[in-house]
Design a protein around this ligand. Structure first.
Ligand code: NAD
Ligand code: IPM
Ligand code: MN
Length: 366
């Protein structure tokens, strides 16, 4: 059969460092299970600005269009923060990619492995029974993309405007994703909004209630976003699937990641509508960023990138066995006690290693 086509966009900061480990993992998957991959490495973000003057070169976009999926690292950093906002890596490349491919459904699975509970900042007894929450984040609407967007002089002083806008159809389609995910898990859905203040929140809550009628087996509850941020820390195990609009999901998913021990553990899948074959075109990236504070040192945690690669195999290529093998290998290496600095706490039986060492251990465990 013809090889699967993967566009590889490593980007900036720790992006290339963790991507290298994901590539080793894919090489091992080919060797062990047989599928062949055709990779096209493309410039994106600050690296693309430096090389060709644009965060999302036409060639990169064309390569993504010609691929089955995009494996993305991370973009951005201090070097490009003074450029005009629309030319910066985030708004010039990552957001346009999400919008261009209609990737409205962002899945962020936060799992705290039992042997990692000590690395979490929440009390061990709160997650000792396991922490496994799926954040379903709407990704192409809300404040990120709403018009008007403006910053300039207005009524005699500097003024900034961002517009929060959701069409009912946008809420309906992401709600279906969340309910379906809940059906495959513990059948509990918590929908997040700010219905006590925002018109968007009122529409969000009413729409999710309506969609719920199609899923009588799922227990739906609603939380205001401020309370949700608090409950996540107070009783993390009370959540199964959490449904959020774009910005709330951005914020709460970092919090969920930290409950598992580190942002460096949190993978993500950004998906569009299912294709006829039940698979999805998608962009797969760690939820964290380019981590300028540790970039270039070879100490970043590659697990979010590696688990994102597993999600790519599952959702875009239908390679479930291979995806599960990667996830099992990550779990084994964590259980064996290997830790990058972000998840190392000096606990007995654990060892601090660098990016390449933990990457090699995961490859060996596959
Ligand atoms: P960040 O996610 O890069 O870093 C936040 C903290 O988490 C840092 O202390 C960092 O060291 C740590 N961290 C993140 N990933 C890690 C990993 N794999 N291993 C170990 N530690 C890790 O957030 P920031 O510092 O606010 O943003 C830096 C840049 O990244 C900004 O330009 C931001 O816009 C961009 N960003 C990009 C993406 C993306 O490309 N998907 C996502 C988030 C932020
Ligand atoms: C994320 C990131 C992005 C977002 C930024 C870099 C645009 O924080 O994927 O969580 O806000 O969506
Ligand atoms: Mn974020």
């Amino acid at each position: 059969s013809s090889p699967y086509k993967i566009a590889v966009l490593a980007g900036d900061g720790i992006g290339p460092e963790v991507m290298a480990q994901a590539r080793h993992v894919l090489a091992k998957i080919s060797e062990k299970f047989g599928p062949s991959f055709e990779f096209t490495e493309q410039l994106v973000g600050g690296a693309a600005i430096d090389a060709v003057g644009k965060a999302l070169p036409a060639e990169t976009l064309a390569a993504c269009e010609a691929s089955d999926a995009i494996l993305f690292g991370s973009v951005g950093g201090p070097k490009w923060e003074t450029l005009p906002p629309n030319e910066q890596p985030e708004r010039g490349a990552l957001l346009p990619l999400r919008k261009h491919f209609g990737l409205f459904a962002n899945l962020r699975p936060s799992i705290c492995y039992p042997s990692l509970t000590h690395a979490s900042p929440v009390k061990e007894e709160l997650i000792a029974g396991g922490f496994d929450v799926l954040c379903v984040r709407e990704l192409t609407g809300g404040l990120y993309f709403g018009q008007p967007k403006f910053r300039g002089e207005k009524d005699g002083e500097m003024t900034a405007i961002d517009t929060m806008i959701y069409k009912k159809s946008e809420i309906v389609r992401i709600a279906h994703v969340a309910f379906k995910a809940a059906q495959g898990r513990r059948k509990q859905l918590t929908s997040i909004d700010k219905a006590n203040v925002l018109e968007n929140g009122i529409l969000w809550r009413a729409t999710v209630e309506e969609v719920a009628k199609d899923y009588p087996d799922v227990k739906l509850s609603h939380l205001y976003v401020d309370n949700a941020a608090m409950q996540l820390i107070k009783q993390p195990r009370s959540f199964d699937v959490v449904l959020c609009e774009n910005l709330f999901g951005d914020i709460l998913s970092d919090e969920m990641a930290m409950i598992t021990g580190s942002l460096g553990m949190l993978a993500s899948a950004s998906l569009g509508q299912a294709k006829g074959d039940g698979l999805y075109f998608g962009l797969f990236e760690p939820s964290g960023g380019s981590a300028p504070d540790i970039a270039g040192k070879g100490i970043a945690n590659p697990i979010a990138q590696i688990l994102s690669t597993a999600l790519l195999l599952r959702f875009s290529l239908g390679l479930e066995k291979e995806a599960a093998a990667i996830e099992a290998a990550v779990r084994k290496v964590i259980d064996d006690g290997l830790r990058t600095g972000d998840i190392y706490s000096g606990a007995e039986g654990t060892r601090k290693v660098n990016t390449a060492e933990i990457g090699s251990a995961i490859v060996a465990a596959i």
